[in-house]
Design a protein around this ligand. Structure first.
Ligand code: HEC
Ligand code: HEC
Ligand code: HEC
Ligand code: HEC
Ligand code: HEC
Ligand code: HEC
Length: 626
């Protein structure tokens, strides 16, 4: 087998595995294949495919702008390739995004439900619009060989400039708004990466790395298909890229220095090392190589510079999108399935890329002579090989075989344990722990809210305030923890427990103690709770209880907390932000809890001693029912 075949066979195998893992993800949910959780909602798909992928796709608008707007004709031969790269880059990102969405079938929501305060809203619109533009920019290429749709091709070619302008505009918006998105992470992202200039840095790095990615693609094609390339043209592109890359490095350094954060790079921490590596391979190395004319014009120089630049900027994005973000939950390590899907999406994109390169005239001159096309010259495999047909047909046979075997293997590998345990689990809420300040973290995922219980009680008027929140309690108790009744973290729970009341292991009451004998047994005919439980609901409770399904812990918390915070936000001067999510969720747990307290409470099980059943046999009040 030749290089191309071997390369494609490997790619097909990875794609096959990924399709199997992807199917498991779609059918059984995220938990079946990934280690993503509420604490780590962004994993390798965002960190590898989406955020870096978009940067690498930037060549699409940079190079087209150079060709069509600056009218640099010498680069014209790479126009189609660069558009194709961008198109596939964006599809890669979009596919990974859909794989990662908790409810992927709702991906269209931003089209209808507008949230114009959100940077993500801008990002998603730009992605959708730009994908459309790229599709239209690319469409004329496959249409070249078909006569029938020539009208469409002519139309699109005629208005190419409009598309290019649109592309540049949307990309500029989009590349920078991707950076804007991370502005909300000032206390989550490591200081070496967080900057108020992130939107600018994202844009500049995209402009720098886009052409490098194109160069890498061109070099790869030339190596795979033994195509001649014009290093002098590539050198010009690379030179321009190096200037922008240098600018990017300069902005970063000045920004770090201006904010007094440059020292962080040399404090010897893991992050500092990562930063130095990233800066060296992403900026210093490519700039150094490309600034030497002789190296710039050599294939080896271009190879090293392009790979370094692409990897360096890719790492930069990955750092921002995940690696250097502070995690509160358990450490996240991607599963082999996540890695498989991630690589599979990339493999599929490369296959699509190679397909286009082989079938369409992606860059004019070399394809002028059909004999140069790889499948044109019939080639006979060695004697020992089985004759599977002409290379193209033989290829198809081999690839489909590899794909199907990999798919089957993938399905076999997907862990059944994981799938079984991935169903919607009942998460039982656990009462808050702490002293005067409670740490409310019902599902013990480390992500919770510090609630200054005492401060709230004092503010609300001491003892009279209790019923404002503690609207119902267990029998013989006051101010029961909310988790005892709101016991499902995300699901409602039955507080009354009808069968428990009547069962011998529970209340051990006979039916007639609650239900009148002469009437049909129903809610209306039953005794009310307070006929037996005088203390269940405090007299001045603010929440009226009409039925006994207690909403989830999360809803109970939000119901009580947000309702009052909304009121107070309007009443109190200077407290407008009380009802914002960040007022409760934005604080770090350590701010309120002394060091070590959280760890100490995290694993202690909560044992509430319920006062034993009503005096004699638990039925003393029951006699009223007769
Ligand atoms: C006044 C305080 C307060 C405000 C404001 C608030 N929350 Fe909460 N929220 C809580 C508390 C308390 C919990 C329970 C935390 C826990 O048990 O982990 C909670 C839980 C949650 C959870 C579940 C957490 C988990 O561990 O699964 C989500 C999601 C959530 N809130 C989202 C929001 C959003 C979105 C907003 C803004 C629209 C918001 N909250 C506003 C107090 C608040
Ligand atoms: C602003 C609302 C609010 C007010 C007012 C309030 N509490 Fe609480 N209280 C809570 C919350 C929330 C919890 C956490 C319960 C949980 O996570 O299950 C709690 C927990 C408690 C607990 C611990 C429960 C347990 O299971 O051990 C006690 C005791 C308690 N409160 C007593 C009081 C008393 C006494 C008052 C009145 C002086 C009062 N609370 C007023 C919201 C309030
Ligand atoms: C003894 C059981 C019990 C305890 C303890 C309890 N609740 Fe409830 N809670 C209920 C039930 C039952 C309902 C449903 C009421 C209804 O829908 O008619 C409810 C409803 C609510 C609601 C929704 C009210 C509405 O109008 O939809 C909120 C909010 C709430 N509880 C908050 C709390 C908080 C906060 C605590 C702790 C401070 C707490 N509850 C303690 C049983 C309990
Ligand atoms: C502690 C009081 C109590 C006892 C004891 C009790 N019930 Fe009920 N029962 C209720 C209440 C309150 C309701 C309405 C609320 C509900 O459906 O959960 C009810 C509802 C019912 C309903 C109507 C269910 C529906 O879906 O509408 C039936 C039937 C019923 N009970 C039968 C029985 C039988 C049979 C027994 C004895 C084994 C019994 N109950 C014991 C209080 C009680
Ligand atoms: C006929 C008397 C009677 C009636 C009516 C009654 N209960 Fe009970 N309930 C009991 C007895 C007896 C127990 C067990 C001993 C105790 O804790 O008081 C009990 C226990 C409970 C408990 C604590 C046990 C647990 O963990 O679930 C709750 C909560 C409760 N009842 C809720 C209710 C609600 C809500 C109603 C109204 C729909 C109600 N009960 C109506 C007699 C009654
Ligand atoms: C009865 C009204 C009321 C309820 C209910 C209430 N809060 Fe508050 N909370 C306030 C007020 C008022 C403040 C502002 C105190 C101040 O800063 O002067 C506040 C402040 C806070 C703060 C600090 C905000 C800041 O930055 O100053 C947090 C956190 C908070 N509440 C969380 C909660 C949580 C969690 C709950 C639900 C368990 C809750 N609150 C329920 C009235 C309430």
């Amino acid at each position: 087998m030749n290089r191309v075949k071997t390369f494609k066979t490997i790619l097909w195998a990875i794609t096959g595995l990924a399709v199997a893992f992807g199917a498991a993800r779609m059918i059984f949910g995220l938990g079946a294949v990934s280690n993503l959780s509420d604490a780590t909602p962004w994993g390798i798909w965002k960190g590898l495919n989406v955020v870096p992928g978009i940067a690498l796709a930037a060549g699409g608008f940079v190079v087209t702008a150079v060709i069509y707007i600056m009218r640099r004709e010498e680069f014209h031969r790479y126009a189609k390739i660069t558009v194709l790269l961008a198109f596939l880059g964006y599809i890669t990102a979009a596919t990974a995004l859909v794989a990662e969405l908790g409810l992927p079938w709702m991906v269209w929501h931003p089209i209808i439900y507008w949230q114009h305060h959100s940077a993500l809203f801008e990002v998603s619109w730009c992605v959708m619009l730009y994908l459309t533009v790229l599709f239209l920019e690319f469409l004329p290429t496959p249409l070249e060989s078909t006569g029938s749709l020539a009208a469409i091709r002519r139309f699109l070619t005629k208005y190419k400039l409009v598309l290019v302008f649109l592309g540049v505009m949307i990309s500029t918006l989009h590349q920078s708004s991707l950076g804007t998105m991370f502005l909300i992470t000032p206390d989550k992202l490591h200081g070496l990466w967080y900057s108020s200039l992130l939107p600018i840095l994202f844009f500049v790095s995209a402009v720098a790395v886009g052409p490098l990615m194109l160069i890498l693609a061109v070099l790869t094609i030339s190596a795979l298909y033994r195509k001649p390339i014009e290093t002098d043209i590539l050198a010009k592109l690379a030179g321009a890229s190096a200037i922008v890359l240098g600018l990017f490095g300069l902005i970063r350094l000045i920004d770090l220095a201006a904010n007094g954060k440059l020292g962080l790079a040399f404090d010897g921490s893991g992050s500092a090392v990562v930063f130095l590596i990233e800066f060296t391979i992403g900026v210093l190395l490519p700039v150094a190589i490309l600034s030497v004319k002789r190296l710039r014009r050599s294939q080896a120089g271009l190879w090293v510079a392009a790979i370094a630049g692409v990897m360096g900027i890719g790492l930069h994005r990955a750092n921002i999108a995940g690696i250097q973000l502070v995690h509160t939950g358990p450490t996240y390590v991607p599963t082999i399935y996540e890695i498989g899907i991630s690589l599979g999406i990339i493999s599929a994109a490369i296959l699509a890329f190679l397909f286009c390169v082989e079938r369409f005239r992606m860059w004019e001159t070399p394809w002028e002579d059909p004999r140069q096309a790889p499948e044109a010259a019939p080639e006979f495999d060695r004697v020992a090989d089985v004759w599977l047909g002409t290379p193209r047909i033989a290829g198809r046979t081999v690839y489909s075989l590899v794909f199907i075997v990999a798919l089957a293997a993938g399905l076999a590998i997907v862990s059944t344990d994981r799938i079984e345990s991935s169903g919607i689990k009942e998460v039982r809420a656990v009462p808050a722990r702490g002293g005067d300040t409670l740490f409310v973290d019902g599902n013990l995922d480390g992500y919770g809210v510090s609630f200054a219980h005492k401060a709230h009680v004092d503010r609300e008027g001491g003892n009279a305030s209790c019923s404002r929140c503690h609207h119902m309690s267990l029998p013989h108790d006051q101010q029961s923890g909310c988790a005892t009744c709101h016991s499902g973290m995300y699901t409602a729970a039955d507080v009354f427990r009808h069968d428990w009341h009547a069962g011998p292991d529970g209340g051990n009451l006979t039916c007639n103690m609650c239900h009148a004998t002469d009437r049909e047994r129903s809610a209306e005919s039953a005794k009310t709770c307070d006929e037996c439980h005088k203390d269940l609901i405090p007299t001045n409770a603010q929440i009226t209880v009409k039925q006994y399904m207690a909403p989830s812990y999360t809803d109970a918390m939000h119901g009580v907390c947000i309702q009052c915070h909304e009121q107070k936000a309007q009443q109190l001067a200077g407290k407008e932000s009380l009802a914002r999510c960040a007022t409760c969720h934005g604080q770090r747990q350590t701010e309120y809890l002394p060091a070590g307290v959280y760890e100490q409470f995290r694993d202690t099980s909560f044992n509430r001693v319920i006062t034993p059943p009503m005096a004699t046999g638990g039925q003393s009040d029951g006699k009223d029912a007769e």
